[in-house]
Ligand binder design. Sequence first.
Ligand code: DUR
Ligand code: ZN
Length: 294
Amino acid sequence: MHPRFHTAYSELSATLQSALRPYFDAPGFPAMLTAEQLETIKQYSGLSDDALAFALLPLAAACSLTPISHFHVGAIARGVSGNLYFGANMEFSNAPLQQTVHAEQCAITHAWLRGEIGLTAITVNYTPCGHCRQFMNELKSGTRLQILLPERAPATLGDYLPDAFGPKDLDISERLMSPVEHGFQLASDDTLVKAALAAANHSHAPYSKAHSGVALEAEDGTLYAGRYAENAAFNPSLPPLQAALILMNISGGNCQKIHRAVLVEAKNATLSQWDATRSTLATLGCQNVSRVTF
Ligand SMILES: O=c1ccn([C@H]2C[C@H](O)[C@@H](CO)O2)c(=O)[nH]1
Ligand SMILES: [Zn+2]
């Protein structure tokens, strides 16, 4: 088991520890549980879907990177497939606070990058901030998304975000996580460029059309690619670097050990991820960054 889970795991009931052990002990545990695995865990532990998601929250929170706040937020997204995806907040020392990833953004992006095409619910250990409520309003589920919080009755995003502003106010019909293939092409044999291009082809940028993707190569050669996710209110948008860092961190990789990074983005677009990508990567100790445009 990844050492980050040790403390939270030891605090679970003995029954739940035995039910979860085969998954957490598997090499390269992806910080997600499939619908099929969840059935087995529920039968063994006697927990309901929601009770199990709550019980898993401390394990999700154990994935947080919080050098600034030391405040551990955990979130668990339930995909339309029935799978659960862990998420945690991620802060970056020496970078502006705007580069922070919230636990809810982490869980949602994690689900999206593993191929999920929508969510039914999100369970969080603290009430979601306004920025996260707005981020969630970009999903196709809209204000129907279930929000599950400790010691609160189940509610919907609409309950937490009344009179919501969203994509339809800007006449945008695309929604975050809905499958897309933009079809951009590049002639390159570099696997990192190809991975970043594939990410850009699945990115959600209906407002600026400045589609982009980032691919990171870890020291052990593992690749992690992230897609840009825009938001109708602009500021809650998630940059492609953050999406790639989410996948790297949640998969158990070390964001301070990035060997090489590539940003692929649209040429002559109204905005660019280049400066932010390069400067945030520099704070993580990675200078080997290149930009390729299509
Ligand atoms: O909805 C919220 C509110 C805050 N945080 C994180 C961001 C930052 O890392 C820390 C303090 O705000 O908590 C979340 O992850 N989700
Ligand atoms: Zn938030």
